[in-house]
Design a protein around this ligand. Sequence first.
Ligand code: ATP
Ligand code: MG
Ligand code: MG
Length: 294
Amino acid sequence: VTSLLTFTRTKKGRYEWIQLVGHPGTFKEGFHDGYILKELCEYERYCCEVLQSDRLKHFVPKYNGTVKDEEGKSYIEIEDLLAPFNDPCIMDCKIGVRTYLEEDLEKSERDPVPRADLYEKMIAIDSSAPTEEEHDEKKILKPRYMIWRETLSSSQELGFRIEAIKKSRGLMSKEFQRIKYREDVRKQIMEFLANSVPRATRYLNRLLELRSTCLRSKFFETHELIGSSLLFVHDANRASLWMIDFGKTRKLSSDIHITHSQAWQRGTHEDGYLIGIDNLILLFQDIIDELTSG
Ligand code: ATP
Ligand code: MG
Ligand code: MG
């Protein structure tokens, strides 16, 4: 269940903090100025900590350790990336060719009971998606559903998908998750950029820097990044992007090496992270070409 909500900073009132996707109640105002709290997930905490001393550290929120609230619930305290911005426009792009872990797929296969609710979800989106047998049964197996769902967005083809966009003072939408084709993705990004060449160029340079840093990063070499996003943020004066959301990022076992740039096959653990980055780079280059060709 993803939701869109606005978190308004009351203490200072200088800016409001906006959560684009994710579960409501996951985030709270931080104990320190310029920081927010995110519900503790040990996998994510570990990544945040390791990343502070990795080459990628300038591409991730600063991490300030864990804290507990009045109810004893644990959080990680991370940098509020929106803090320096004024009325920011935000885009969350989920990177990679798949958004579930191999172990989640395995887990779903251990439960061989076909489900009516998944059948209902499937036909609500595409009534022609179920096979004849599935139509007869009116039930779908969980792993089949998980693999099918990935084909709805641009993830498999482009190695990334737009999760949500919030334009300045505008509405947020998560309808984006079903945008599949490159041309439609390009249109959405064009609109997000409001046709600004300097802004597109700043994002492009940051993407190029991220790419070359990934290739030299120990963390990147040794981890599988699933369901992680790039958060694009700009206002009238600046534009930048960061890596966020490491809840499904896992250290690879030492006998597994991934390229991050090959299609996924069962057992390879390939995440397609660089496929996504490369396609974003190409899209931004296309957009800049189009905007400057007059
Ligand atoms: P899911 O796994 O469903 O994607 P989640 O609960 O793991 O969600 P995130 O994806 O980390 O949450 O974040 C959700 C949203 O919160 C992001 O799209 C972004 O808008 C906002 N957000 C997350 N981290 C930060 C941050 N450090 N600074 C500012 N905004 C953030
Ligand atoms: Mg996320
Ligand atoms: Mg997450």
